[in-house]
Design a binder for this molecule. Structure first.
Ligand SMILES: NC(=O)c1ccc[n+]([C@@H]2O[C@H](COP(=O)([O-])OP(=O)(O)OC[C@H]3O[C@@H](n4cnc5c(N)ncnc54)[C@H](O)[C@@H]3O)[C@@H](O)[C@H]2O)c1
Length: 313
């Protein structure tokens, strides 16, 4: 199978991150910006990032080879006309994105996937007024995408299943971990989860419960360390023998009261709990609870050793 050809619109930090992802996977990448100074900075940053990745043994080729697949240009049509996939990384501004997508429609082939990196603007708002918007969607990365492989794939109602599937297949082929999000919720999922914690963190600091730097420590030394190995649902399932349902019996009321203190009345209802239980049971069956808690602990041991020597910001 031939490698897809990529175009990137906007050469800031996210454009740079995607360029590395696509070129590292062996594809040609054309990077467009409206400012030559932005493209010059992009080229400097690209060389620096690729060198750092090479020093850390995270590249399979030398950095120059990867960089040679990336070209920069001020010509939008030239950048996108042969692309199989366009990743828009312009500023987070609705009018600007609508305008860019309208131009992309004119200059690309009818089969080209048009993805926006937007953090919070829904694909409906970006492309609802456009003809042949069935190939438009949001692909929201973590920053930087060449180190955080997750990407939220957010189709609009008008996005075709074929375009979404092709987009997901392309992202997988370049080593990303695409996750499809339904219904275009405000902030998608990554930032909603981050937001739930950040809102609570601000309240706790405001109320004098903890300092901001101590709160960050609770996350880096506690929750964050754990969550890189097991997500919040797997954590619940492995913290209590008997899995998700036992955890809800023991802790559900307390979590509900914490929510009520912040004006959120969302008790964990039986139907949702069963759904979570069934989904987690498939990956972490309760019959293998002892084996899985041991596996979690072994991973935490390795992680703890690794983190001891880490030079953090
Ligand atoms: N920074 C993050 O952590 C992060 C994470 C995920 C998604 N995003 C999203 O990615 C997008 C880009 O964010 P960023 O942090 O790279 O921004 P940035 O400001 O670093 O880069 C934006 C680039 O777009 C260029 N630009 C301006 N107008 C343009 C136009 N009309 N056409 C093409 N390029 C144009 C600018 O010159 C600049 O180089 C935003 O939608 C943002 O919400 C950002």
């Amino acid at each position: 199978l031939s490698k897809p050809t990529f175009a990137i619109i906007g050469s800031g930090s996210i454009g740079l991150g995607w360029a590395i992802v696509f070129a590292r996977a062996g594809s040609k990448v054309a990077v467009y910006d409206i400012e030559q100074s932005a493209l010059d900075r992009f080229s400097d940053q690209l060389a620096r990032r690729l060198d750092l990745l090479a020093e850390n043994e995270m590249l399979e080729e030398n950095p120059q080879e990867i960089a040679s697949r990336i070209t920069t240009t001020l010509d939008l049509e030239g950048a996108v006309k042969n692309a199989d996939y366009v990743q828009e990384c312009g500023p987070e501004n609705i009018d600007l994105k609508v305008n860019i997508f309208a131009q992309l429609m004119k200059f690309t082939a009818p089969s080209t996937i048009l993805a926006s990196s937007s953090s919070a603007i829904t694909p409906s708002r970006i492309a609802e007024g456009l003809a042949s918007n069935e190939r438009c969607l949001v692909v929201h990365p973590g920053n930087p995408p060449y180190l955080i492989a997750i990407a939220e794939v957010v189709p609009a109602k008008f996005t075709s299943a074929d375009a979404t599937d092709r987009c997901i297949a392309i992202l997988k082929s370049v080593g990303m971990v695409p996750i499809q999000i339904n219904h275009e919720p405000e902030g998608f999922v990554f930032n909603r989860l981050q937001g739930a914690m950040l809102r609570e963190a601000y309240c706790l600091v405001r109320d004098g419960v903890i300092s901001a730097s101590d709160l960050d420590l609770i996350v880096t030394q506690g929750l964050g360390k754990r969550w890189s190995i097991v997500g919040p649902f797997a954590t619940s399932a492995l913290n209590v023998r008997g899995g998700i349902k036992s955890h809800v019996e023991r802790m559900g009321a307390s979590y509900h009261r914490m929510g009520l203190e912040r004006g959120q009345d969302d008790p964990w209802d039986e139907i949702t709990v069963s759904q979570v239980h069934q989904s987690i049971e498939k990956v972490l069956p309760d019959s293998e609870w002892d084996k899985n808690t041991e596996k979690r602990d072994l991973a935490l041991m390795k992680m703890t050793k690794f983190l001891q020597d880490l030079d953090r910001p």
